[in-house]
Design a binder for this molecule. Structure first.
Ligand code: B12
Length: 231
């Protein structure tokens, strides 16, 4: 069995709803930390968590957020183990260093690996949107030198021209209305600081916690509702 097939089999067995293999060689080697391939893995929320959050109660969304964050590193480390057993280099990116100034950027965002793997595009809310789970998923990435069979990169937004849902529901007015392409800088269509400020304010009010938890764009996204149902 090929290493790609073995990883697929294992992730399917673990119930990972969304994953893809990316050819990273179009990226600067410093950005991809010398690795040629990446695996993006996503775990989703339940319809009930999304419905409650839409209705103003993010408690279930937050519980599932914590549970997903607990499970994602296990999935990444499992994939890393398979790759290493096959004799390849692999690095499960289970934590991210982000510039904490006004920029809020990592060197290689998970979403870049995700679109390059072909599993989805970047919506107006700056989140990965997938046909399989909408934007209602969290991601982890494994980098490797294994010759994986890679997906076809997504290079255009799949959001309908007329859809303004995430723009209208965002309490921080963070989505500015523009469409993503791989060449578009985030700042031209999304105000990350405004998102962070509003998400912190919402989490303080609704959950009494000092964290960046909101997810209204996720819960209202028509692709999320289509994937999980209305709850
Ligand atoms: C910093 C950060 C934030 C910041 C800034 C948000 C942002 N969009 O950058 C703040 C604090 C505001 C934030 C908030 C939230 N975040 Co956040 N955040 C991150 C983090 C740690 C780094 C993101 C980063 O580097 N941004 C820099 C910019 C430039 O990159 P980017 O927007 O991530 O992605 C750009 C590139 O990927 C580029 N791109 C895409 N494909 C390609 C292909 C090529 C070839 C190129 C060149 C570029 C390119 O397009 C994207 C848009 O510009 C990631 C984890 C990670 N390691 O990636 C999580 C992450 C993006 N956050 C996530 C989530 C879920 C949230 C929240 C919903 C939190 C919550 N639970 O309520 C909110 C809402 C965010 C939103 N609407 O975007 C998820 C997104 C999942 C998804 N479906 O996309 C991630 C991936 C965490 C995870 N482990 O799942 N977040």
């Amino acid at each position: 069995m090929s290493v790609s097939d073995e990883i697929r089999l294992w992730l399917d067995g673990e119930g990972a709803p969304v994953y893809g293999f990316a050819d990273l060689t179009t990226l600067n080697p410093a950005v991809r930390q010398g690795f040629d391939r990446g695996i993006a893995i996503g775990l989703g929320y339940t319809a009930d968590a999304l419905r409650d959050n839409r209705n103003g109660d993010p408690r279930r969304y937050y519980r599932e957020y914590l549970e997903i964050n607990r499970r994602l590193p296990d999935l990444a480390l499992g994939v890393e183990t398979i790759l290493v057993r096959h004799g390849y280099k692999a690095w499960a990116k289970v934590s991210t260093t982000v510039s904490q100034d006004k920029d809020l950027r990592s060197i290689l965002p998970h979403k870049t690996v995700a679109t390059l793997s072909g599993i989805g595009w970047i919506g107006r809310c700056a989140l990965l949107v997938t046909p399989a789970a909408g934007s209602a998923l969290r991601l982890v990435v494994v980098l490797t030198d294994a010759p994986l069979v890679c997906g076809i990169p997504v290079t255009r937004s799949g959001c309908p021209d007329e859809c303004r849902v995430c723009i209208d529901v965002c309490p921080g007015h963070a989505p500015l209305g523009g469409n993503w392409t791989p060449e578009t800088d985030r700042a031209s269509f999304f105000n990350a600081q405004a998102c962070r400020t509003a998400a912190k304010a919402r989490a303080a009010t609704t959950l009494q916690i000092d964290e960046t938890i909101c997810g209204l764009c996720i819960a209202h996204c028509p692709f999320s509702i289509r994937a999980f149902g209305p709850g």
